[in-house]
Design a protein around this ligand. Structure first.
Ligand SMILES: Cc1cc2nc3c(=O)[nH]c(=O)nc-3n(C[C@H](O)[C@H](O)[C@H](O)COP(=O)(O)OP(=O)(O)OC[C@H]3O[C@@H](n4cnc5c(N)ncnc54)[C@H](O)[C@@H]3O)c2cc1C
Length: 216
């Protein structure tokens, strides 16, 4: 897969060695999550709004109410900045200054357009599968009324960057003799035991999609 080109807006500057531009790395970060933050400017006011997403090739699908200010604005083709972040660990150093975070993050730039009725069902499938693989086949598909009540945008990724930190703290040599504990506290986002809807019949075990989450 081809790298994204580096421009002024997507070139990592601080600790540039942590910057990556290859699609494989960036897509892996996107595929590991399902919540992004979408940044846009209306007149001179910036907004950053959390929302769900699904990746399909070099595109990101977003969905929501046709009345959503964000979706209505973005559908007009204004520029978008979209970010996804995973926290992998707290990095505890001997000095306060060298404390850090192990993370994987991606910043994307692009523009959006509203998808056709035909593409909408596919896009909703992509978003659903991004959140919980296999769930689409277990639930009722959206009907015409629900599709009319949902706007879907397709963001084409024009350029992007990833920034990744891994590994132990990087202390100053003179601090290595200090008694302070140093190391990494790993973090991860993990599903917990499912809570059945009280309206479900008795003895209904979680479906395959949910069980697969735990097998992971
Ligand atoms: C994890 C997560 C996933 C979400 N997924 C979706 C999704 O897939 N589709 C969708 O349409 N919406 C989603 N939302 C809700 C989304 O963040 C907006 O609240 C929603 O789009 C409503 O927009 P609006 O047009 O009413 O508000 P806007 O007109 O966009 O916002 C008006 C103001 O309301 C406040 N506001 C709006 N949203 C939030 C918020 N989430 N938290 C705090 N303040 C807020 C802000 O001050 C904002 O400037 C998600 C929220 C979260 C936290």
């Amino acid at each position: 897969m081809q790298d994204f080109d580096k421009y002024e807006r997507n070139r990592v500057r601080r600790l540039a060695s942590r910057g990556q531009y290859d699609r494989k790395t960036i897509f892996e970060i996107l595929d590991a999550g399902f919540v992004c933050h979408v940044g846009f400017v209306i007149e001179t006011q910036p907004y950053v709004i959390p929302t769900l997403y699904g990746r399909d090739g070099n595109c990101i699908y977003l969905h929501g109410s046709p009345k959503s200010r964000m979706l209505r604005h973005l559908a007009d083709g204004f520029p978008i900045c979209l970010t996804v972040t995973h926290v992998d660990g707290l990095v505890l150093a001997r000095s306060a200054f060298h404390h850090s975070i192990n993370y994987r993050s991606a910043v994307l730039f692009g523009t959006a357009q509203e998808v056709s009725r035909e593409e909408k069902v596919h896009a909703l499938f992509v978003i659903s599968e991004q959140i919980l693989k296999g769930r689409w086949a277990e639930a009722r598909e959206p009907n015409d009324r629900e599709l009319r009540a949902t706007t879907v945008l397709k963001v084409t990724i024009d350029d992007a960057s990833a920034k990744i930190r891994t590994g132990p703290p990087v202390d100053d040599a003179e601090d290595l003799v200090l008694p302070a504990w140093a190391g990494v506290v790993p973090f991860r986002c993990q599903a917990e035991q499912p809570i059945p809807d009280p309206l479900l019949g008795k003895d209904t075990s979680p479906p395959k999609s949910v069980q697969t989450l735990f097998e992971k």
